[in-house]
Design a protein around this ligand. Structure first.
Ligand code: BGC
Length: 262
């Protein structure tokens, strides 16, 4: 436990059963928090995580929901309130990506990625804001964005567009609710060792292609992203709102300029 004041606080984490989301759930539980773990299609993974949290002395509950549905997301709010007595921190983490040349990108894929990555962040933030405002509580919202809110990513135009949207959404909502002591921040992970990337990083060539774009020359661990989430959730970041905290080993630093090239 690093951030004492997090003990007993309640967090909702969308896309919480795998990858960065499950790392955040584990870290929050280590901090003594109670976590509502939202999953979309892997109940076993979510249930396993709940058991794991129990073993480590934490508390969690798994709830199925599609983040692009307001009715589903309301279930997350209701579960947090009924089981844990309220909400302190809301993490909009659910995300997806797929690769297509833009001239061939199926409209369906475009819509789904925008629905989950951007509309899902809006729906989650709206639900959390509504809870905080109605209950006159201070609040904390953390969005999982990406280095691709800043770095263009050919063949992932829908993904990059969604994350660019998350950036300005985060900044706008942070400003709108700052006076109520509701903080809204993003985390911008770079190349992280998660299931989304498992296939890519299992191939040594692709792994090397990625690490060559990371000044720290390695991919990141989900726990390193979770550490940023814990700090943003804590009072140690009490004067921080509207930022994207990049957790990327320097990927956003224009690594092509390494060694004075340019
Ligand atoms: C993507 C990863 C990618 C990383 C760096 C992330 O947003 O989810 O697939 O490796 O950005 O490009």
């Amino acid at each position: 436990m690093v951030f004492q004041e997090l003990k007993g606080k309640v967090a909702v984490i969308t896309g919480g059963s795998m990858g960065i989301g499950s790392a955040i759930a584990k870290r929050f539980a280590e901090e003594g928090m109670k976590v509502v773990i939202n999953y979309h299609s892997h109940p076993e993974a979510a249930q396993e995580l709940v058991e794991l949290l129990k073993e480590t002395g934490g508390e969690g509950i798994a709830v199925q929901a599609d983040v692009s549905s307001e009715a589903d997301v309301q279930k997350l709010v209701d579960t947090a309130v009924e089981h844990f007595g309220g909400i302190d921190v809301w993490v909009n983490n659910a995300g997806m990506e797929n690769k297509h040349n833009t001239h061939e990108l199926p409209l369906e894929d475009w819509k789904r990625v925008i629905d989950v990555n951007l509309t899902g962040v809006f729906i989650g933030a709206k639900a959390a804001l509504n809870y905080f405002v109605t209950n006159n509580k201070k609040g904390n919202i953390i969005n999982t964005s990406s280095v691709h809110e800043q770095i263009p990513w050919p063949t992932f135009a829908h993904y990059a567009a969604s994350k660019g949207g998350v950036k300005l959404f985060t900044e706008t909502v942070a400003m709108e609710y700052a006076a109520r002591d509701i903080r809204v921040n993003s985390i911008g992970p770079g190349a992280i060792n998660t299931p989304i990337n498992a296939k890519k990083f299992a191939d040594p060539k692709q792994l090397e292609a990625t690490t060559s774009m990371v000044p720290m020359q390695r991919i990141g661990d989900p726990s390193e992203v979770a550490a940023a989430a814990a700090w943003l959730a804590s009072d140690e970041s009490s004067y921080v709102t509207g930022i994207t905290l990049f957790v990327d080993g320097g990927m956003t630093l224009y690594p092509a300029f390494q060694d004075g090239k340019g």
